[in-house]
Design a binder for this molecule. Structure first.
Ligand SMILES: Nc1ncnc2c1ncn2[C@@H]1O[C@H](COP(=O)(O)OP(=O)(O)OP(=O)(O)O)[C@@H](O)[C@H]1O
Ligand SMILES: [Mg+2]
Length: 275
C-alpha cells in the first residue's frame, strides 16, 4: 500500500488522493466535520508522507503525530496543480482558461501556460445549496436534497424576461427565456403554497446562474474561451451542470467538466510530493 497521500481538507469535505500498488490514482472523501474518520483511515496504513492543502489544514496537522513529513501547499496552488494534471490526463490543451471551483464557497482563477491567479469568487456555492435546502425542507442529507431538486420546476417561482416583456418583443440582447429575477415571481403573485421540490430546483438555479454569470464576466475580461468548472458540488448533479453548461454556451464560452472534478486540490497536493 502507498506511503504517500494528498489531502485537501475543505470547509465541507476532506478529499484524499493516492496511488495504489498498480500506480493507479485512488480518490475518496470524508466529511470535514468528522476528521477522526480521516485519521482512522490514515492509521490503517503505514503512511509516512502527506501533501496537505485546504482551509482545515491546521486541524488535520494537529492530529497527525506519526507521520514523518507533511508538505503544505497553499490551496490555490494545489488546486491549479491538480487541474493542470487532470487536463493533461484527459487530453485537453488550452492556452488559457478560467477555473471555477464550486466548493462550500466559490473561488475563480485564471490560468495560462505560464501563470495562474485568483481573479474572483462569491460566497454563493455548494454550502449555499445545502444551507438553503436545509432551511427550506429540513433535510440535511445531500443526496436526498438532490433527489428532490431533480424533479422540481422553476417556472412558477423565477421571473423570466418574457414574463416582464408581456406581449412585446424583448430587447435584442435579452433572450426571452433568460431569468430576469431568481425567485422574482413569488413577490408579485398571489400563490400561498410552493412545493419543496420546486423551491429546491429554484435554489439550484440561483446558485448555478450566479456562479456562471460571474465566471463568464471574468472570462470576458481575460479574453478566455474555456471555463473549467470543478468542485464536489457538481457530484451527481446533472441539473446543476445543465444550468451551468447551458448558460455558458449561450454566452459563447465553452464549459469544461473534468472527470474527478472534486479532487483537484488533493491531486495537486499529492503531485507536489511525487514530482
Ligand atoms: N456527500 C456530500 N456531503 C456533503 N456535501 C456534498 C456531498 N457531495 C457533494 N456535496 C456538495 O459539495 C460541496 C462541497 O464541495 P467541495 O468538497 O469542493 O468543497 P470544500 O473543499 O469542502 O470547500 P471549500 O473549498 O470552499 O473550503 C457541498 O457544499 C455540497 O454542496
Ligand atoms: Mg475546496
Amino acid at each position: 500500500m502507498t506511503k504517500t497521500i494528498g489531502i485537501d481538507a475543505g470547509g465541507t469535505l476532506t478529499k484524499l488522493a493516492y496511488l495504489n500498488d498498480q500506480h493507479e490514482l485512488q480518490l475518496q472523501h470524508f466529511p470535514s466535520s468528522d476528521l477522526s474518520a480521516v485519521l482512522n483511515w490514515i492509521h490503517q496504513y503505514d503512511i509516512r508522507e502527506i501533501g496537505l492543502t485546504g482551509g482545515r489544514t491546521e486541524q488535520i496537522k494537529m492530529m497527525l503525530d506519526m507521520v514523518d513529513s507533511v508538505h503544505y501547499l497553499v490551496e490555490f496552488e494545489a488546486t491549479l496543480k491538480g487541474v493542470r494534471y487532470q487536463l493533461e490526463k484527459e487530453g485537453h490543451l488550452f492556452e488559457k482558461s478560467i477555473i471555477t471551483n464550486i466548493g462550500t464557497g466559490t473561488s475563480i482563477h485564471y490560468m495560462d501556460t505560464e501563470k495562474h491567479m485568483r481573479v474572483g469568487g462569491t460566497g454563493v456555492g455548494g454550502g449555499t445549496l445545502i444551507g438553503l435546502a436545509s432551511l427550506i425542507t429540513g433535510i440535511h442529507d445531500y443526496e436526498e436534497v438532490l433527489q428532490l431538486a431533480k424533479n422540481g420546476k422553476r417556472h412558477g417561482i423565477d421571473l423570466l424576461v418574457q414574463d416582464i416583456y408581456q406581449g412585446m418583443d424583448t430587447p435584442a440582447e435579452l433572450k426571452p427565456t433568460l431569468t430576469a429575477s431568481n425567485f422574482g415571481k413569488v413577490g408579485i403573485k398571489e400563490v400561498i403554497k410552493y412545493e419543496p421540490e420546486d423551491v429546491l430546483a429554484t435554489v439550484q438555479g440561483l446558485v448555478g446562474e450566479v456562479i456562471t454569470t460571474l465566471s463568464i464576466q471574468l472570462a470576458e475580461q481575460r479574453d478566455t474561451e474555456h471555463i473549467i468548472y470543478i468542485g464536489t458540488t457538481l457530484d451527481n448533479n446533472d441539473k446543476l451542470r445543465e444550468i451551468i453548461s447551458h448558460y455558458t454556451i449561450l454566452k459563447k464560452k465553452t464549459p469544461v467538466f473534468l472527470q474527478d472534478h472534486g479532487f483537484s486540490g488533493a491531486i495537486g497536493a499529492l503531485m507536489n510530493i511525487l514530482e
